[in-house]
Design a binder for this molecule. Structure first.
Ligand SMILES: Cc1cc2nc3c(=O)[nH]c(=O)nc-3n(C[C@H](O)[C@H](O)[C@H](O)COP(=O)(O)OP(=O)(O)OC[C@H]3O[C@@H](n4cnc5c(N)ncnc54)[C@H](O)[C@@H]3O)c2cc1C
Ligand code: FES
Length: 310
């Protein structure tokens, strides 16, 4: 029977057992959120033992070299000695500089990290409020900015949504390493982009649009945003951007118009790339209309905001 060692304590696990479930069942308070290998809230560090490849998929090379793995993706294959993740020790401190409410229930959060962070606009990072409460959020700002911005939809009763509202500028929190596949590729310069966002799915897509435009993207960019009854929470900033860049076409729509809009989706060309981001149900809802509009799966990139309960 494989043994999992944490400091001086040892847990017996069955071969093939899920590491996260094993740790939780033994009473270790390991954080988790998506359970699907996307969010990096369930990181643990292997000090010794065999780590299955799947448990490190999507982690940066430096994280893999340091032994980090995703407990939710780790089937125990043999004895392991691990260390639990501590955001205050293993993450990066960041000070809140601005908290502004926008639209129906969106918090625009601005942080100043203790040192510059390398990332691609559109990637995400875990924001830790303490050693157990962390959630992934897409980075809404541009690389090179001394601050990081996030657009956080406040869900009634949500653990992070509730706690973040008790904080104020000057307070410190911790950031995980940025990661994820959702970012602009310089090879896309001459391809029309169809950016499709619901709610705070706008955060990474507007960052990708800005990045593409700043890099001299040659083809049209159509940015669709479906939001609640108060409309797009970022309307003035997006309109300013579109005024400066005629190749950016904005389609700021009400959520009630989504189903009808999807029947009208048109591609600027067969080379169009679609990037889709928002709640899982929205991402799922767009698959068929994009297929019907003639877009093959390899030209669609999506990021679903999986939540803890989803
Ligand atoms: C890669 C990635 C990137 C993400 N980026 C962002 C982002 O940029 N902005 C953002 O706002 N969120 C983003 N999320 C979602 C975010 O991580 C949290 O899941 C979300 O903020 C809820 O956290 P919470 O602790 O407030 O709620 P939890 O305590 O985790 O959930 C409590 C309850 O809140 C409600 N709830 C939670 N999420 C949703 C949802 N999506 N739709 C409807 N109800 C919900 C449900 O009733 C749920 O039972 C992202 C998720 C992933 C995986
Ligand atoms: S990556 Fe493991 S819980 Fe999200």
């Amino acid at each position: 029977m494989p043994e999992i060692w944490i400091d001086e304590s040892c847990i017996q696990a069955g071969s093939g057992d899920n590491l996260l479930d094993t740790l939780l069942a033994a009473g270790h308070r390991v954080p988790w959120s998506c359970r699907s290998g996307h969010c990096q809230t369930c990181l643990v560090q292997a000090l010794d033992g065999q780590v299955p490849e799947q448990a490190t998929a999507g982690l940066a090379a430096e994280q893999r070299q340091s032994g980090w793995l995703l407990a939710c993706q780790c089937a125990v294959a043999g004895d392991l000695r691990i260390k639990l993740h501590d955001p205050a020790r293993d993450g990066l401190g960041a000070r809140i500089t601005e908290m502004q409410f926008a639209g129906d229930d969106v918090l625009l959060l601005r942080l100043r990290p203790d040192r510059p962070v390398r990332f691609q606009p559109g990637q995400h990072a875990v924001i830790w409020l303490d050693s157990e409460l962390g959630r992934p959020y897409s980075i809404a700002s541009q690389a090179g900015d001394s601050h990081l911005s996030f657009h956080i939809r406040l869900h009634p009763g949500g653990a992070f949504s509730t706690r973040i509202q008790t904080l104020q500028p000057g307070d410190t929190l911790y950031l995980g390493a940025p990661g994820g596949h959702f970012h602009y590729d310089p090879d896309w310069q001459d391809k029309p982009l169809l950016l499709l966002a619901a709610g705070t799915g706008l955060a990474p897509l507007q960052a990708i649009a800005r990045h593409a435009l700043a890099g001299g993207h040659q083809a049209p960019i159509d940015l669709y945003h479906w939001d609640g009854e108060h409309g797009c929470y970022l309307k003035p900033a997006l309109e300013e951007l579109a005024n400066a860049h005629p190749e950016l076409r904005l389609h700021l729509r009400a959520r009630t118009e989504l189903a009808a809009d999807l029947t009208q989706l048109k591609l600027a060309s067969r080379a169009t790339l679609a990037l889709v981001c928002g709640p899982p149900a929205f991402v799922e809802q767009l698959r068929r209309p994009l297929f019907m509009a003639g877009l093959p799966g390899r030209q669609i990139l999506d990021e679903a905001f999986l939540s803890r309960q989803a």
